[in-house]
Design a protein around this ligand. Sequence first.
Ligand SMILES: [Zn+2]
Length: 116
Amino acid sequence: MDPFKICPQCAYTWNVRDDFLKDPSICLVGFQASFKETEPGHYLFNHILEGKHCGTTLAVEVEAFLSLHKGTMFTEIKFESPMCELHCTRVDDLAQCPVECKNAIAREIMQAFSQC
Ligand SMILES: [Zn+2]
């Protein structure tokens, strides 16, 4: 089985998603929203490893975390719809959003991540 994620900078390997989410050296620093249904959104995490000089930012597809979501799933992108609050224009905006949009699902999921 392929590992969940390998750090492109220091090659640290997280074999499964839980290892990654429970790793205190990982924190959420940004969210790159998807602006089309056919394009994935990405979470940006910093890898803070003291002593090993890793301070890189890793991008992981939102898709890899969607199964954490309980409840109604929205698959459409409603960016710039009348309800849209344009949080997704800023990568460092980690707020929740009330729109019935796939990016709002991603935002809800990421509230459980430790933020930088
Ligand atoms: Zn690293």
